[in-house]
Design a protein around this ligand. Sequence first.
Ligand SMILES: [Zn+2]
Length: 193
Amino acid sequence: MSAACPQCSAPDQSVAVPHALDPAAQPPLDEQTRALLAPPPPPQPAPHRMGGAAICFYSLAGVFALLAVFALTRPRVDDPTSYGTAYALGYFIGPFLLPALFAGIAAIIHAVSKGRHGRRAAESLPQQQAFWQRNHAVWQAAWLCRRCRVAFFPDGVLRKDFAASPPIPLDQFPLWVVTAAERAYGAAAPVAP
Ligand SMILES: [Zn+2]
């Protein structure tokens, strides 16, 4: 199949975008053109960030741990071990109980939030995947005119009732793919496979 470029009206320099990106294609495309014509990236789950409450408790744990170290390193006249093992244990370990409690609370909050984030990401992934598949299908239908350095969608290639697109400047191509997918398939979320 060949398609006439909407800018120069000739089909001789037209090539389907996936073929144009083939490393064996001649002449090879420059890096900037390759980047602009690249297929839509597959969906990636958003990284989980630590929430404000966990950060707050970790900070409190840090502050109280520092205070504990400060208190224990203060010079004192008597020797705490001289009052017995129980006193010495309480003296050395007691100041760290509060920081340990805060650190434990922070760890629990963080773990709960991370689990919730993971479940939400797993739930939304099939739908993101469906969006990506239809964007990818639109991308596969695009053509490039090497002479004019424009992309275009030939008549009826996206949908039978869709006329040919105007010439698309390459820097607008990624946005065009998303917009054309919405027009061709509807803006509503696709049904996950
Ligand atoms: Zn052309």
